[in-house]
Design a protein around this ligand. Structure first.
Ligand code: ZN
Ligand code: ZN
Ligand code: FE
Length: 755
C-alpha cells in the first residue's frame, strides 16, 4: 500500500529526514521524504504492517530536537512502485508553515570530536551537526537549506560533502556543515598576528584585556571576571553603570564555586538552549563587586558555541561575557559595525567570517517554584512558537510595548513571539523591530490581517502599527490587560480571572499612567477593580531615573509640606531647591503626569532608605530594595482604604516606614516589611474580589513580579488562602510578554466580532 505522511512541528533542520531514512530501511519501506512548506512530507510504499510500525517509530523515536505537533496520514493512494527510499529535494511554493529551529548549543557528539586530536575537526571552532549549531541566526529564507543560510558563502570540501550527502552520517544535511578546510575561520584584529589565535586571546584575557568575541547571535565583550581592574575598565568604557554583567564559565563545577545551583537550575544551564541563568550568589563569592553590584544574584551561562568551548577550555575561572554594545544600544553582530562601535571598549576583536543574519541576544531565565521563569526570550528559544490553547482565527501582528520589546505573529495555534528586540527608543532598535517583522513574515509565510498595539500614543511600536495602511483592522490593547492576557496564554488558561498587574508604567484608559492594578479580566476585556492611588510624577520620565522625586512626593502625601522638617537622612540629603521646583510643578500640574505605578512606589521606598536617589536604569531602585530585604519578616506595612474602595492608599505604608527609620530600624527590616505588606495587599484585594465575583484564580503579571521576594511571598499567601495562582514561565512577566497578550486579546475581539 502507499500512504503519505505529513508531519508538522519543529521537524526541519533537526535531523528528521535522516531519521526517517534509517527508519525506512529498518522497516523495508520504499519512497521518499522531503521538507515541504508545512514540515516534512513522507511518501511511502510497503506492507501495511511495516508501514504501521514505521509510523509508530516516527511518533516514538523522533530526533531529540524535533517537536512533532501533528501527524496526518493519507491512505489509499495510487501505487507508484518506488524502487528505493531517498531523501528528495525540498518543495517550495504554496503557503507554507515551516518551523524554524532556534540556535542549538554544541552537542555532546560534536564536543567529543572537537577535543579529539585525531578528529579532522579537532579544535575547529565552527563544528556542528544535524543536532546542533546555528539555525535562526543564519537563516535568510525558507525552506531551510544551505543556500538559504549565510553558510552559502562557503563551498563544501569533498569530505564535508560526503558527510552531507550520506544519509547514515550524523551530518547528513546539516546545513551549516563545515571544517577547517572549507568553512568559516577566525581572525584577530588589533592583536599581534600569531598562528594560534585562541592561545593568543586566552593570553590577552589573562593579562586583563577586553576582547570582543563574535558568537552566534552577536558580539560579546569578554574579560577575566576575577580581575577587578579589567571588570571596572569594561564597566567604564561600556557606560554600563551598575547593570550586572553576565558571566560564562567552562562547566557547572566552576559556577558552583560562586553560586548555589539547584537541580532545576542545573537543567536550565545545561539545556541545549544554554540561556543565562540567574543564580543565588554564595556569601563568600570571590568575584569582584564590580561584576554585579548590590545584588544577591549572578547571571551565568555555559559555553554554547564551539568557539566558546575552545576559548574556555583551559579556564578554571569565569569570564565576564556581556553583550557587545555601548550602553543600551542593540548588540553588534556584523564585523564592520562591531569594529566601529566597540572600538572604544575592546582592546582586540576575535572575529569570524560566518555572517550573522539575525541578531539574537542571550536569553535570561531563572527558576521559580521548580519551573522555568523566563525573563528575556531570545537566542535558543526564538523563533520557536509559543503554543496556545486556542486557535487564532486570523493572522495577527502584535507590536508589543516600548521597553524590552518583542513582537508576535500568529497562525493556528502558534504565537511566534520574536526574539528580544530591545528598548524602542532609538533608530537602530526601531530598524531591528521593523526588519524583524518582515523577516518573520517571510520565514513563516504570514500575512497579518490585523494588528494589535499598545494604547500609549507615543510608543514607536504604536506609531508603527498605525502606519500600516495595508492592515485596516487595528486593535489597541490596554497595557495591563495585555500583561494579564499574556500570563493567561502563557499558562494556557481561559475565562475570567483576578488579574494583578504591577509594573513601571503603562498607558491607562483614562490617559493616566497605570501600574498598580487589580482587574477582573478575561481575554476579551479587563475591568479595573482597584488600583494604587494616583500620585504626581514630577518631570515625567525624569522621575523614573530619579526615584528621590517619588520619595519626596510620597512623603508630601503622608506628612504634608512639613515632611521637610522630619529628622530623616533622606530629607537632610534632599536638595531643597530642587524640591521647591518640583513642588511648583506639582501644584501647577505642569509636566506632572499622574501615576498609580507600583514600580514607582518601590522606587520611592528605596530612595527613602537612601539606597538610590538616582538610578542608571529603570527598576534599579527596586532591585536593590529587594536585595537588602530581610526575608523573614512576619509583619508587613498595611495599605489603607480597602473596604469597598477601589483606591488603595499608600500613606500609611510611608508613615510606618518613616517611623521605623526614625526609630533606628535597619533598612533590611523596613524593606522586608514593605515587601510583605505589598504581598498582603494583593491577597486582601484578591479575597475581596473572590467574595464579590466568586473567582479563585489569580494571575500575576508585570515587571514588578521579577522581584522574587515579592513573587514568592505573594504566591505563598494566596495559595495558603485557597487561591490558584498563575505566574509567567514561557514568556516574560516584563514588557517582553506584552506582544503575546496583545495577540490573544485581538484574537478574542475579532472572534467575537467586536472590533
Ligand atoms: Zn553536534
Ligand atoms: Zn569541509
Ligand atoms: Fe508593563
Amino acid at each position: 500500500m502507499r500512504v503519505q505522511i505529513s508531519v508538522r512541528g519543529i521537524v526541519q533542520g533537526v535531523g528528521f529526514r535522516p531519521f526517517v531514512f534509517s527508519l525506512a530501511a529498518k522497516h523495508s519501506i520504499r519512497g521518499h521524504v522531503l521538507n515541504d512548506a508545512m514540515g516534512v512530507l513522507i511518501d511511502v510504499e510497503g506492507e501495511q504492517s511495516h508501514i504501521q510500525e514505521f509510523i509508530d517509530g516516527i511518533k516514538s523515536n523522533s530526533p531529540p530536537l524535533s517537536r512533532i505537533e501533528s501527524i496526518h496520514v493519507s491512505e489509499n493512494l495510487e501505487p507508484v512502485n518506488y524502487s528505493d527510499f531517498r531523501i528528495a529535494e525540498s518543495t517550495s511554493g504554496g503557503r507554507p508553515l515551516a518551523s524554524i529551529s532556534p540556535d542549538i548549543a554544541t552537542c555532546i557528539d560534536c564536543l567529543r570530536e572537537l577535543f579529539d586530536p585525531k578528529n579532522r575537526r579537532y579544535l575547529y571552532p565552527f563544528i556542528n551537526c544535524t543536532n546542533c549549531g546555528p539555525r535562526f541566526t543564519i537563516i535568510e529564507g525558507v525552506p531551510y537549506d544551505r543556500e538559504q543560510t549565510t553558510m552559502r558563502d562557503f563551498g563544501m570540501c569533498d569530505a564535508c560533502r560526503d558527510e552531507y550527502l550520506n544519509p547514515l552520517d550524523r551530518r547528513f544535511h546539516a546545513e551549516p556543515i563545515a571544517c577547517a578546510l572549507c568553512g568559516p575561520g577566525l581572525s584577530l584584529v588589533k592583536g599581534v598576528f600569531e598562528t594560534d589565535i585562541i592561545a593568543r586571546v586566552r593570553h590577552l584575557l589573562l593579562s586583563g584585556r577586553i576582547v570582543a568575541v563574535k558568537g552566534i547571535g552577536g558580539f560579546h565583550l569578554a574579560c577575566d571576571a576575577l580581575n577587578a581592574a579589567a571588570v571596572e575598565r569594561l564597566r567604564r568604557r561600556k557606560h554600563r553603570e551598575d547593570k550586572p554583567f553576565a558571566l560564562m564559565a567552562r562547566s557547572v563545577d566552576v559556577i558552583e564555586k560562586y553560586c548555589f545551583i539547584s537541580e532545576a537550575e542545573k537543567a536550565l544551564l545545561t539545556s541545549e538552549r544554554k540561556p543565562i541563568v540567574l543564580l543565588e550568589k554564595q556569601a563568600d563569592c570571590a568575584l569582584p563587586h564590580s561584576v554585579a553590584t548590590r545584588t544577591n544574584e549572578l547571571g551565568f551561562m555555559l559555553p554554547y558555541a564551539p568557539l566558546h568551548h575552545v576559548l574556555l577550555e583551559k579556564f578554571d575561572r569565569p569570564l565576564v561575557f556581556t553583550s557587545g554594545n555601548v550602553s543600551d544600544e542593540p548588540i553588534s553582530y556584523e564585523n564592520e559595525d562591531a569594529l566601529n562601535r566597540l572600538s572604544g571598549i575592546a582592546d582586540c576583536f576575535l572575529l569570524h567570517d560566518r555572517r550573522i543574519h539575525m541578531r539574537a541576544d542571550d536569553s535570561v531565565t531563572r527558576v521559580h517554584e521548580g519551573r522555568e521563569m523566563i525573563l528575556r526570550r531570545s537566542r535558543g528559544y526564538a523563533p520557536a512558537p509559543v503554543m496556545t490553547s486556542f486557535k487564532f482565527a486570523r493572522e495577527i501582528l502584535a507590536c508589543g510595548a516600548e521597553l524590552k520589546n518583542t513582537f508576535c505573529l500568529t497562525r493556528d495555534n502558534y504565537a511566534f513571539v520574536s526574539h528580544h528586540i530591545g528598548d524602542l527608543e532609538n533608530l537602530e532598535t526601531l530598524r531591528s523591530f521593523t526588519s524583524g517583522i518582515e523577516h518573520f513574515k517571510r520565514l513563516f509565510h504570514l500575512r497579518p490581517e490585523a494588528v494589535a498595539y499598545d494604547l500609549h500614543p507615543e510608543y514607536l511600536s504604536t506609531k508603527y502599527a498605525q502606519s500600516l495602511d495595508d492592515i485596516p483592522t487595528k486593535i489597541a490593547v490596554q497595557h495591563h490587560h495585555a500583561h494579564i492576557a499574556s500570563c493567561m496564554a502563557d499558562n494556557r488558561i481561559d475565562g475570567e480571572v483576578i488579574g494583578v498587574a504591577f509594573d513601571g508604567l503603562g498607558f491607562g484608559t483614562d490617559g493616566k499612567l497605570w501600574g498598580g492594578e487589580f482587574f477582573v479580566a478575561d481575554f476579551f476585556d479587563a475591568e479595573r477593580i482597584a488600583h494604587l492611588d494616583y500620585v504626581p510624577m514630577p518631570g515625567g520620565a525624569k522621575a523614573i531615573l530619579e526615584p528621590w522625586r517619588m520619595a519626596a512626593v510620597y512623603l508630601q502625601r503622608a506628612f504634608g509640606d512639613d515632611f521637610v522638617k522630619l529628622n530623616l537622612p533622606f530629607v537632610q540629603n534632599m536638595d531643597a531647591r530642587a524640591w521647591a521646583t518640583l513642588r511648583r510643578m506639582i501644584s501647577t500640574r505642569i509636566n506632572c503626569p499622574e501615576t498609580s505605578s507600583m514600580g514607582r512606589l518601590f522606587d520611592a521606598v528605596s530612595s527613602l532608605l537612601r539606597l538610590r536617589d538616582v538610578v542608571a536604569y529603570e527598576g534599579q531602585g527596586a532591585i536593590e530594595l529587594e536585595a537588602v530585604a530581610d526575608r523573614n519578616c512576619s509583619e508587613g506595612y498595611r495599605f489603607e482604604a480597602l473596604e469597598n474602595g477601589s483606591v488603595i492608599k499608600s500613606e500609611t505604608v510611608i508613615r510606618h516606614a518613616v517611623e521605623d527609620i526614625l526609630a533606628g530600624v535597619p533598612p533590611q527590616i523596613v524593606s522586608g516589611k514593605f515587601h510583605l505588606g505589598v504581598a498582603q495587599l494583593v491577597a486582601s484585594i484578591a479575597r475581596r474580589i473572590r467574595d464579590e465575583r466568586h473567582l479563585r484564580r489569580v494571575v500575576l503579571s508585570g515587571g514588578v513580579f521579577q522581584n522574587m521576594l515579592l513573587l514568592q511571598q505573594t504566591c505563598r499567601i494566596l495559595k495558603s488562602d485557597g487561591f490558584e495562582v498563575f505566574t509567567h514561565s514561557r514568556v516574560p512577566t516584563n514588557d517582553g510578554g506584552i506582544s503575546l497578550g496583545q495577540a490573544a486579546v485581538a484574537h478574542t475581539r475579532i472572534s467575537a466580532g467586536r472590533i
